[in-house]
Design a protein around this ligand. Structure first.
Ligand SMILES: [Zn+2]
Length: 359
């Protein structure tokens, strides 16, 4: 990874963009994209896209979501403790004892999610359960509600964990919001390559960094309606199931470092998937396979049934420990995903529709 690219990735991973409050990260993404693509815009809610005109008006969209999970302040009590609600699938089981950044009116306010000492949590029978989210309490250093107000914090301000990116040995990257800031990074790298490459894509390429995926794909829906893509590849993360205690019979088998996954079934158009597999084989890019029996749980579910149906496919980056502060990805998987999306986009020809045929 080049220095410039690593810096961009780290800036994205250090930005704070809980669902519904994505603009700080979108501004970083847009600023970087403006250096590599001719048109960058956003919509009213902040979904942001870059467009590279092709030889035709036909549009292929590469999509990732920009938001991360987090918390929102639900209540402030008389003693100045904050109570939280979840934004997206935050895991209360790993929340106690963590450091938080609260995004208040006067800027970022640090806080901690309290962890009542083990000595004081009577558990003689070993039956202690993970806390419910409303059991969590946050200390920002206040002694009463007025102290909290002085810090510029009120009910409705969002918060994310402080944990930033870290690189482990053997090309692994760890962070808080790899889901799916790394997707925004990957589609940005694809745009950079396509815009600078000698071979130009035949189709117009739109890279969309959509808001509010973690609570139901809202940004992807709004932007897809507006942008009218003809073909779409979504990029998100998927569970790498190669850590201890995960049953492959239940959750499938995806390895960190084994290459991006292509998904089969439901929102995944068979002919788009087939072309992805062919492109991977020709370019010698390792891929893994996943199944979707009802829905994919990604923006693809919302994009593929926009208007009259948009031939779509989901490509995913294997990720360990999803929705934790130690989400772990492999740099080779990131590089292979960039390569797969770049080569797929270049493989599209004017007039490709992926329409099914009855004959
Ligand atoms: Zn995601």
């Amino acid at each position: 990874m080049k220095k410039e690219d690593r810096e961009f990735l780290h800036r994205l991973l250090e930005s704070r963009t809980p669902t519904g409050f994505e603009m700080p990260g979108q501004k970083i993404w847009a600023e970087w994209m403006r250096a590599h693509a001719p048109h960058v815009e956003c919509d009213a809610y902040g979904s942001t896209w870059a467009r590279l005109p092709g030889k035709t008006g036909q549009v292929v969209m590469l999509e990732a979501h920009a938001d991360e999970i987090g918390f929102i302040i639900k209540h402030i009590d008389d003693k100045g403790f904050l109570r939280l609600d979840r934004v997206g699938g935050s895991d209360a089981a790993t929340a106690r004892g963590r450091r938080l950044d609260i995004l208040g009116d006067k800027g970022i306010v640090p806080g901690i999610i309290g962890n009542t000492a083990i000595h004081l949590r009577r558990d003689e029978h070993g039956t202690e359960k993970a806390p419910a989210v409303h059991d969590l309490w946050v200390d920002v250093g206040a002694s009463n509600a007025a102290d909290v107000a002085k810090l510029g914090i009120r009910v409705g301000h969002p918060a994310v964990y402080q944990d930033g990116p870290m690189e482990l040995a053997h090309k692994r990257i760890v962070g808080r919001a790899l889901d799916n800031r790394i997707g925004g990074y990957i589609i940005a790298q694809v745009m950079k390559r396509l815009a600078a490459g000698k071979r130009k894509p035949a189709l117009t390429v739109v890279c969309l960094n959509a808001i509010q995926e973690e609570i139901g794909g809202h940004g992807a829906m709004m932007a897809t309606y507006r942008l009218r893509p003809d073909i779409c590849v979504c990029l998100d993360v998927t569970h790498a199931t190669d850590t201890p205690g995960i049953d492959a019979a239940k959750f499938g088998s995806v390895k960190l470092g084994g290459g991006p996954t292509v998904c089969h079934g439901t929102c995944n158009h068979p002919l788009v998937v087939k072309q992805l597999i062919e492109v991977a084989r020709e370019a010698k890019i390792p891929i893994q396979h996943e199944s979707s029996s009802r829905f994919s749980g990604t923006d693809t579910d919302k994009i593929f049934h926009s208007r009259q149906g948009i031939p779509s496919a989901l490509v995913s980056l294997p990720l360990r420990c999803m929705h934790s502060v130690v989400e772990t990805a492999h740099l080779d998987d990131i590089a292979h995903t960039i390569e797969l999306l770049t080569q797929f986009t270049l493989s599209l020809k004017t007039g490709d529709t992926f329409h099914q045929s009855l004959v």
